[in-house]
Design a protein. Sequence first.
Lengths: 118, 115
Amino acid sequence: AQSVTQLDSQVPVFEEAPVELRCNYSSSVSVYLFWYVQYPNQGLQLLLKYLSGSTLVKGINGFEAEFNKSQTSFHLRKPSVHISDTAEYFCAVSDLMNYGGSQGNLIFGKGTKLSVKP
Amino acid sequence: GAGVSQSPRYKVAKRGQDVALRCDPISGHVSLFWYQQALGQGPEFLTYFQNEAQLDKSGLPSDRFFAERPEGSVSTLKIQRTQQEDSAVYLCASSLGPRTSYEQYFGPGTRLTVT
């Protein structure tokens, strides 16, 4: 069974500071990895995804993440945050074996609330 | 183009009432997923449709939960005899098809409060 652990439930940071949101996963098979952002009263928006290839993935809004297979991690980073980045961020995995079949449902972590202060 | 839409956005139900939550996926999307997001938690998978076929309902928490997608487009999640533990945000997501199920587009969700 797969699982996703987001190590920090809340991350406060000042505007223009760098931020890292941590994500670790467990899976017995290869997976696809994702980061989603959720603004208040809105649905989930895909920030970036890792499917294969380069382990450094760039996404929207200046975010990037690095896939580390040996540490089973997929941490999200941004070198300089803005007030508008305040939101909840979810890390998710999709089982490649299921993907190759008929499904591909996502397994999410519990989320990290990023609070950017002026 | 239009994204995934869900209605109603908010629903308050008294315990024991039945509710129906609607999802309009992106036109042409074959795959449709329902997730349940409890307060302070990440979304959890409920069920999956490929066109009109419900291929996986392993995440439905009880037999009070029922989902359908009769014509392969609009989907309805029905909860019978609602309980307080059903209070959550219900998210719908769609994708082009099984080969691109990782590229899921989410609706805004329906927040269900059972009193």
